[in-house]
Design a protein around this ligand. Sequence first.
Ligand code: ASP
Length: 436
Amino acid sequence: MSGTSNKNNLTQRIIIAMLSGAVIGILFHYIPIGLFPDGNPTFDKISAFFLDGVLEVGGYWFIASLKMLVVPLVFVSLVCGICSIGGSARIGSISVKTIGFYLLTTAMAISLALIVSNIIDPGVGNLKDVASAEGFEAKESPGLVSVLKGLVPNNLILAMANGKMLQVIFFAVLFGVGLAKLGDKVRLVRTFFFELDKVIMQLVMTLMHFAPYGVFCLIASMFADKGFGDMGKLIVYFLCVLLVLFLHTFLSYGSLLWLFTRLNPLTFYKKMGQLWAFGFSTASSGATIPLTLKTVEYKLGVKNEVASFTVPLGATINMDGTAIMQGVATVFIAQYFNIDLGFSDYLLVILTATLASVGTAAVPGVGLITLAMVLEQVGLPVEGIALIIGVDRILDMVRTAVNITGDSVASIIVAKSEGMFDEKVYLADTNDTQND
Ligand code: ASP
């Protein structure tokens, strides 16, 4: 178990890794453009070794090890959680509160995005230099019926192998209820799951020691590949999305947390640094689940019984940051094409974007896929997505951090209302996380 200073050290190391990764990546992106427009064999060799070798492998290992832990962690931890709350009795109220809260915050997020972007007007003005709107092929997004059908796995192994989180959650809840019902008759199985949970958490802790290297590789690769993208041309859109993400994170979540729990939101934000760095570097709330779970339980005081349900569910269905990007993008694209959106269109955008995040995997770039669904609903050209793609990767990183913040706030609020919250852990000055 690491001490406070070690832990703070780790957070610092992750932040240093992010910053140095960004600097290295930017150098690798812009040096050939600025200094060697006609190519330079030595630089090309170094960059091939470093970018296509070291960074590629390091980044892949890091993401793969996180993902490797997600399914066993969610499954085992949720079985234990459900089993501890005594089966079905409390699951009803926990799930209704959690899902209700997720829908509410997503609707708030997208409404805020629509209001702010209608004030800032990111799509008005001279945007001729922006990449052409032609040539974007929208991928199909799932309809409501297929989302609902997809909740129930017909093959658990397949669901696990494909990382279908909602299906894994569904089975884990049923399994946990069964285990709780049988009580002492299956004590051995129960003990097995609780001990397995400890082992998997230990693996998460071990992986954390390598996090700075993984984070460095991911950030450096991203910047080396994309640089700042079309940020210069899309600066108003870019800043508008950032502004709403910022407002939602600090105003909406801060006030909801205070209103529902009377806890000091500053304490919450202080403990989120490491998790934000993770969400930012991986751009995937799914891959971040192990750390979200660990942070929510051991730093923020949410009992495993609630966290094991709210965190994986939130990573899958709650994407407020993504909804914000979609709100601003909708206004931007409508303004670019000079199409007026009425009040009913905005309501439709709120509804579609809120539902769209349910059932789509929490991986990088998924927000653009569901954006196609939103645009189609209000009759905007889907090709408009090509306009904003140039800055989407960086925004994806920031909005993923916001998505995870939403899951964490919801976990605290639901846990507090269910009496499954340890305020001592929340208030503890230490940034340490513990395994038992
Ligand atoms: N990358 C986001 C997430 O995993 C989803 C998105 O906005 O594309 O939460």
